[in-house]
Design a binder for this molecule. Structure first.
Ligand code: GLU
Length: 509
């Protein structure tokens, strides 16, 4: 049996779209499942774009998702180069074959001429497809124009009344009459190939056996088949993946949540969670399972079970899946991920970032201050993760929860009068709590001692522990929602905890 070879072929558009990531993933899954080869090819023939940075971003996102490719622009392979911008000689070689076999022809019509004819047709209420003006040119005329260095494009000669058909794995049998395919351009007048041509030549030369790509390319496939046919080469099999729409059924756009993989990474999604969710867009593990390991998907994945109904992108579902991955993630590993993110992000924070996180102004350019914060992160992060990993759905949410451990907090105005009309003497409770905590010796400042002391305090004051906890939470976090109280105090440490109690006391007195 021939080796299975698939490719992911992004155009450098600036970022990796979530839909393209799904295409990459399905190609990758199929390759792994079939023990085949997964190829990365960059379709960068559009010279107008600033390519290098965009390609780097796409490669970064693919690596972040751990889609290792077996052949590609950075690692090479037997069928390279893997960037279309470096493959022009191949496109011209095959365009010449088509010209020689009269399956394609040169077109000297200028854009202006074509535009004029298009207008004339439209006026008459007719649709303009290329009218084959240049097909009439005889060899002498062509030679003459070539001698004059007149620019030309190369067009396929679409055959008369020929049925072009293929069976798509997802969409079934598709048939198009060649009369409905115009003489489309394969090489532009700037000598660069069009997408439909370069993709066929590359898929052929790279020995691609299965093309798996978005449904938006379904209408291109008959044109590509025309080229395969004209070159007398065997086409690969085609699988077009269903569209990904927003939950509302609209086209997916930024309004519905981030659309680039990069943005999901920055929001704090774990790559495993994102991949798990992507695999559910157009495919199902079974009737009900939503969380599964990559190993299990690889075992179960099959192109035949891809659904043709458009997939709906459900941001909340992705968020929930991410939350489950965070909860189940090995604690020390997650601590490492969060630590590295914090170390990168904290120095980039400005005053307004700090403020929006409820944190006081801190000079983050001061290396001593940063050093202290980093040291505290190193020491404490491992203890914090178990407090937050069941509550957060993204790493950003985790960070928001733990940043107040390392900075001074800003008490929101509204909590100043929180206890005004309540039957709780918050000031008194704060004073007594201060006294309880300061009595615990430094080397004894641990969960059990803190809990014992504070519970006893609630009893002495004849109030519920919840009542006391509310006062303490406001003092320690500036908010009543928060992390487990005793653990928080233990991790904050005696000095910081006492500092916050007295700060809050001052505020409410
Ligand atoms: N370069 C095309 C794109 O980014 C993919 C082409 C293909 O897979 O055939 O949409």
């Amino acid at each position: 049996m021939n080796e299975i070879r698939v490719r992911f072929a992004p155009s450098p558009t600036g970022y990796l779209h979530i839909g393209s990531a799904r295409t990459a993933y399905f190609n990758w899954l199929f390759a792994r499942k079939e023990k085949g080869i997964f190829i990365l090819r960059i379709e960068d023939t559009d010279v107008s774009r600033h390519q290098e940075e965009m390609i780097a971003t796409i490669l970064d996102s693919l690596k972040w998702l751990s889609f290792r490719w077996d052949e590609g622009p950075d690692i090479g392979g037997d069928y390279g180069p893997y960037r279309q911008s470096e493959r022009n000689e191949y496109y011209h070689k095959y365009a010449d074959i088509l010209l020689n076999n009269k399956k394609a022809y040169r077109c000297f019509c200028t854009t202006e001429e074509l535009e004029q004819r298009r207008k004339d047709y439209t006026k008459k209420g007719e649709f303009f497809s290329y009218d084959r003006k240049c097909l009439e040119l005889d060899d002498e005329q062509i030679k003459d124009k070539l001698n004059k260095n007149m620019p030309f494009s190369i067009r396929m000669l679409s055959p008369e009344n020929k049925a072009i058909s293929f069976t798509d794995t997802v969409y079934g049998r598709i048939e198009v009459n060649s009369n409905n395919i115009d003489d489309f351009i394969i090489i532009r007048s700037n000598k660069l190939p069009t997408y439909n041509f370069s993709v066929v030549i590359d898929d052929y030369l790279m020995k691609i056996t299965h093309v798996i790509r978005g449904e938006d390319h379904l209408s291109n496939t008959p044109k590509q088949l025309l080229i395969y046919d004209a070159l007398n080469i065997k086409p690969p099999s085609f699988t077009h993946l269903p569209m990904i729409l927003a939950k509302s059924g609209e086209k997916l756009s930024k309004r519905h949540g981030a659309i680039s993989v990069e943005a999901y990474r920055d929001e704090g999604f774990l790559p495993e969670a994102l991949k798990n969710y992507l695999s559910l867009l157009g495919w199902a593990f079974d009737e009900k399972t939503t969380i599964f390991s990559e190993k299990d998907i690889i075992k179960k994945f099959s192109l035949d079970t891809i659904n043709k109904k458009a997939a709906k992108f459900d941001y909340d579902k992705l968020l929930n899946i991410n939350g489950i991955y965070i909860k189940n993630h090995e604690v020390s590993d997650l601590a490492g991920i969060v630590r590295d993110r914090l170390k990168k992000r904290i120095p980039e924070m400005n005053e307004s970032d700090l403020k929006s996180n409820g944190l006081k102004k801190t000079d983050l350019k001061d290396s001593a201050i940063i050093g202290k914060i980093f040291k505290e992160i190193e020491d404490k992060i491992i203890y914090m993760i178990p407090l937050v990993n069941k509550r957060a759905r993204t790493l950003n949410e985790i960070e928001k929860m733990i940043l107040p451990f390392f900075f001074e907090i800003i008490y929101p105005d509204e909590i100043k009068n929180f206890f005004k009309n309540k039957n709780v003497d918050a000031a008194e409770l704060l004073k007594q709590s201060e006294s309880v905590l300061s009595k615990i010796a430094d080397n004894d400042f641990c969960l059990s001692q803190i809990e014992k002391g504070l519970r006893a305090l609630a009893v002495t004051n004849n109030i519920s522990f919840g009542g006391l906890a509310e006062v303490l939470r406001l003092a320690l976090w500036g908010s009543t929602v928060g992390l487990p109280l005793f653990e928080t105090i233990e991790i904050l440490g005696r000095k910081k905890s006492l500092h916050r109690l007295s700060e809050y006391l001052e505020l409410i007195l």
